[in-house]
Design a protein around this ligand. Sequence first.
Ligand code: NAD
Ligand code: MG
Length: 333
Amino acid sequence: MTDQTSRRGLLKTVAVTGVAAAAAPAFAQAGGQRGGPGTPVPTSDPQTKYQKEPFPEQRQKWPALQRNMTPVPDCGEASYRGSGRLAGRKALVTGGDSGIGRAAVIAFAREGADVAINYFPTEEPDAQDVARLLRGEGHKIVLIPGDLTEQRFCVDLPGRAHRELGGLDILVNNAAYQQSKESIDEISFEQFDRTMKTNLYAMFYITKTAIPLMKPGAAIINTASVNSFTPEKEILDYATTKGGIAIFTKGLAKQLAKRGIRVNAVAPGPIWTPLQVAGGQLPGEMNKFGQETPLGRAGQPAELAPLYVMLASGELSYTDGSVFGANGGTGAV
Ligand code: NAD
Ligand code: MG
């Protein structure tokens, strides 16, 4: 076995068994941090870089644990290499225990940031997995569990992160609630309320209380969606919030430019995360997930992490009030 094939084998295994990576910091660190400037990065075909085959049907009780998914999503545990882009920054990421938020957390930490992660209390095992991995590599990770549907918790969250990290330069509003329902007849008032509270109200409360703690050069990144622009009919309430998040991003950027704070959003297409197995897809539909994109597969959270890093970093200093897609070629954003 050559070094190259053994590394390929290693990455393939880790892509499927992220838990192992999360549970074995030394192993993951070797994979994630290997090489330095000048180390060649292999070119890979985006069609086949990750699993192309449909995902097996599966369902977990909300909010679902990433460690119990088949296959386990790849959040860059073994692959993301940092290069000091966020050295010394302090970041708060909601929904950072799993999926896209976890990919951002891993990338931020390996780029040199200290990171506070918020998540729903029952997601403690996923949060511990990512904290163990990154702390094992010497990064500062602060865990702040709590329910974002509670106004009091949201309002206190930025201050807690600021206190525990010693500052706040990056805010990623990433947590969301999504339940697929065939028709508006099936969307209960309770579901609608929870979707609005989690996706819009929490973003507003957190952002409003974070801004006074931020200095010029800080960045706010919201997770929007392809549904911000073209709603899928099964997620009417969710898509409504995602449209709101895109508009909030653009409008807030106009206000905060004068304070030197940039606001942008990432708009993912179909990405393999716990959200999808906790009611995000209609029963029996998992085998279609991501298959209709031009790249012919769902995305993995790791494929979005560099977008969050670049939007957080001061390098994109003229990029403000914009929404960036990652959707497998659909051209939705
Ligand atoms: P995910 O399940 O890993 O992340 C969602 C997170 O939201 C959860 O981990 C949880 O911590 C948090 N959350 C939800 N309700 C909460 C509450 N009441 N209190 C505290 N935390 C709460 O799934 P993901 O797909 O990585 O989602 C991250 C973001 O990406 C979301 O904004 C989602 O809308 C967006 N997105 C995902 C996809 C996709 O296909 N997966 C596509 C477009 C947009
Ligand atoms: Mg989660």
